[in-house]
Design a binder for this molecule. Structure first.
Ligand code: PLP
Length: 368
């Protein structure tokens, strides 16, 4: 799953503080909670005030910049990163095209706050981005694989057609992380992501980031953070820095388990259907294989009905029943309870780092 360049990025991430260490310095990142910094004069100060920047943000942004090979601005949540991406690129009179089957808060934010400011918000299904006409759009916003449907769209193709129409492309890369999918390499203008999920990985810190290679656009994203005040907390930045150190190891187990478990679920008599981009007959497989460096840890399964689905989640001892995904614990949720356009018996599974066969035995028993 990992190429040579990615190996160097991950090793670089683990050792990124080495060069700056003096004899006797702590090896682990110190947690800096200071809001103000020693300023006998303003010129040349690395830090001024905590809303502008802190050493703890610098460290986590340095890690993410290595992974993204881009400039990174960190945010207190994934939604704060998404809001920054949208507000930095849109103005009155513009049109943004969003996935109707993407993360729902992005749609609610756009309808509730961008539309009243004069932005036209258009929603189309993820698969329709393959044929949509982007003429007149200022921003084309995609999320692939879609969540929870796991439909995959060709990023390079969307970018080529959006750029030809004069639109910028923003990709929500939360489900894949920069280890498994690299939208900026495929031409996207901005990546937005919730590091609350797999990068933090322990279900204990909200965090997000925007990544991009256009200096002027990233300066606008940075201004948005400073002026709107949507700044990460010190403790959260520190926790994400720690989480990122093990992201690759966790993803390896999670993706390997998900691949095996998806195949077994597909053959299971209690399961009506399975969506996982790694399954050879999944509609997303061919494109996912070309576009992604792994198939991820999210699996969509459909059981007979809501009762069976809830019973499965309740009976499996190694299943956290919660929303969200990407943590160390396997979790599952019946998405229809949120009103997602999915069957009543549809469950989104997020595979964790439990030993694979132990997890599978428990899932199999719970399904029977
Ligand atoms: C969770 C999530 C977000 C929002 O992240 P928060 O940290 O909860 O604000 C955005 N996009 C996707 C795809 C997500 O899964």
């Amino acid at each position: 799953m990992m190429d040579k360049d990615m190996g160097a990025r991950i090793a670089g991430l683990l050792h990124h503080r080495n060069a700056g260490l003096e004899k006797g310095d702590p090896v682990a990142l110190p947690l800096t909670t200071a809001t103000s910094y020693h300023l006998p004069s303003v010129q040349g100060a690395r830090h001024i005030y905590g809303r502008n920047g802190t050493p703890t943000w610098d460290a986590v942004e340095a890690q993410l910049a290595l992974l993204e090979e881009a400039e990174v601005v960190s945010f207190p949540t994934g939604m704060a990163a998404i809001a920054a991406g949208l507000f930095a690129t849109l103005k009155a009179g513009d049109t943004v095209i969003l996935p109707s089957d993407g993360y729902y808060v992005t749609r609610v934010l756009s309808d509730g706050f961008l539309a009243p400011l004069g932005v036209t918000v258009v929603q189309i299904p993820t698969l329709s981005f393959a044929t949509a006409d982007f003429t007149g759009a200022a921003v084309v916003y995609i999320e692939t694989p879609s969540n929870p449907g796991l439909d995959v769209i060709d990023i390079a193709d969307v970018v080529a057609r959006a750029h030809a129409a004069g639109a910028k492309v923003i990709v929500d890369n939360t489900t894949m992380t920069p280890l498994l999918q690299r939208p900026l390499d495929l031409g996207a203008d901005l990546v937005v992501a919730a590091d609350t999920k797999a990068p933090g990985g322990h279900s204990d810190a909200l965090f997000g980031h925007v990544a991009g290679r256009d200096t002027a656009l990233m300066a606008r994203v940075r201004d948005w953070r400073r002026l709107s005040g949507a700044v990460p907390g010190a403790m959260e930045a520190w926790l994400i820095h720690r989480g990122l150190e093990t992201l690759e190891v966790r993803l390896e187990r999670m993706c390997r388990s998900a691949d095996l478990i998806a195949k077994r679920l597909a053959d299971h008599p209690a399961v009506r259907s399975v969506r996982y981009p790694g399954l050879p007959d999944d509609p997303s497989h061919a494109l996912a294989k070309r576009q992604m460096a792994g198939f991820g840890f999210l699996i969509g399964i459909t059981l007979a009905d809501a009762t069976q689905a809830e019973a499965f989640l309740e009976r499996c001892p190694y299943m956290v029943r919660s929303t969200s995904f990407g943590g160390t614990h396997t979790s599952g949720e019946r998405r229809a309870r949120w009103g997602d356009a999915v069957p009543e018996g549809f469950i989104r599974l997020s595979i964790g780092v439990e030993p694979t066969e132990t997890l599978w035995a428990a899932m199999d028993a719970a399904l029977r």
